[in-house]
Design a protein around this ligand. Structure first.
Ligand SMILES: [Zn+2]
Length: 372
């Protein structure tokens, strides 16, 4: 899904500020050559023409003439990749927002590895540089040579040429910096939380005598679901959802509810008897702190302060993650959006869309502990 908003709107946290631009399966996006970036270009160009002389909004009961100075787009990692022509994890340079982040190679001068936790070490991509990349790829006439260069530079020539990023009339209206990751997808739906719950569960099976039945008994005994809850504990904590060497197989709402329960289980049940689980439990706890900060930011308050705190918590979590999963960190991180890019885009706009807002209202009050 791709959502768009007028970037200078002071109420980007409001559901109504975001308009759904596209709802399409990744497989279908890929099946039409340049179709997705090109159709969005046509649509946004039409929108720009329609609104170039302004349009009227009723604000505080007063008709007000508005113009759109800048547009912001939000999509999941696949959506952004296909929207821009970035090749993602299949390329040496996997991130559409960074110039110098490498996948699978470290110790290259002036570059950083994808596991680097220092957001400031990453150099932001620029639109001028993208045009240079496009021109360079155009000079390579042999298909093999071009494909190799595309793999190194991380950009697919035809899709990049069709995208908003290099269109003369749109590139300043929808700049690279206004493309944002959708945190609901990055964190919850096939994102970081289900991945890490799967890694934690794998360690639980390897290092303890517990399995998902132990967790289910603990949750049933120690926690009570709130009235708003629609989750079925007997369905979530089953072998079907929790399989060895697999991510947690639940949806976004389930991932959000399960994470705090697994952290509580870690500290109350696991660690007293199995201290070898400490690194995994600490990493999961750090992830929960990050998710709580994000969900908290959606309820208002000083977003700038919360953004700084969220950036700090993301670094704490990534430091632990890279340390504990060092042997397979390339494989784990390359499947996810670059976390530098994630940090940057999330910091600027921690709110994303209507579904997430509703989801969070329900889930923050999801479980309460039973009295001891
Ligand atoms: Zn990046």
């Amino acid at each position: 899904m791709t959502y768009g908003a007028i970037a200078q709107m002071p109420v980007l946290w409001a559901d109504d500020a975001w308009m759904t631009l596209a709802v399409i399966r990744t497989r279908e996006m890929q099946s039409i050559a340049n179709g997705y970036p090109q159709s969005l270009v046509h649509y946004l160009r039409w929108l720009r023409q329609e609104t170039q002389h302004g349009f009227t909004l009723v604000l505080n009961d007063e008709p007000t003439l508005c113009t759109i100075a800048k547009v912001s787009l939000v999509a999941d990692a696949d959506g952004l990749r296909l929207l821009t022509g970035c090749k993602g994890s299949s390329a040496l340079k996997p991130c559409f927002l960074c110039q110098n982040v490498l996948n699978g190679h470290d110790k290259v001068q002036n570059h950083v590895h994808i596991s680097c936790c220092d957001v400031h070490a990453c150099h932001l991509q620029t639109q001028d540089n993208l045009i240079q990349i496009q021109r360079h790829l155009e000079t390579l006439l042999s298909r093999k040579e071009r494909e190799e260069a595309e793999k190194l530079l991380g950009w697919h020539l035809h899709a990049l040429s069709a995208s908003i990023l290099v269109q003369e009339d749109l590139r300043n209206w929808i700049p690279l910096s206004s493309l944002r990751y959708d945190p609901m997808h990055c964190f919850l739906a096939n994102g970081i939380v289900p991945q890490e719950l799967g890694l934690w569960y794998n360690a639980l099976l390897d290092k303890t005598s517990c399995d998902i039945d132990t967790v289910r008994r603990y949750v049933l005994q120690c926690w009570t679901a709130s009235k708003e809850s629609t989750l079925d504990i007997n369905k979530i904590f089953t072998q079907e959802r929790w399989q060895k060497e697999r991510d947690f197989r639940g949806d976004a709402s389930e991932a959000l509810s399960v994470l705090p329960l697994m952290v509580a289980f870690s500290w109350e049940v696991i660690l007293p008897d199995f201290p070898a689980m400490l690194p995994h439990c600490e990493c999961l706890t750090a992830l929960l702190a990050l998710i709580c900060c994000w969900t908290d930011a959606k309820r208002g308050g000083n977003l700038q302060v919360k953004s700084i705190e969220m950036k700090r918590l993301q670094k704490v979590h990534l430091d632990k993650f890279v340390l504990f999963f060092r042997s397979c960190v390339d494989q784990l991180l390359s499947a996810m959006p670059c976390r530098h890019g994630l940090a940057k885009t999330l910091m600027l706009q921690p709110l994303s869309n209507a579904r997430v807002s509703r989801l969070l209202v329900v889930n923050t009050r999801f479980f309460r502990p039973n009295k001891q």
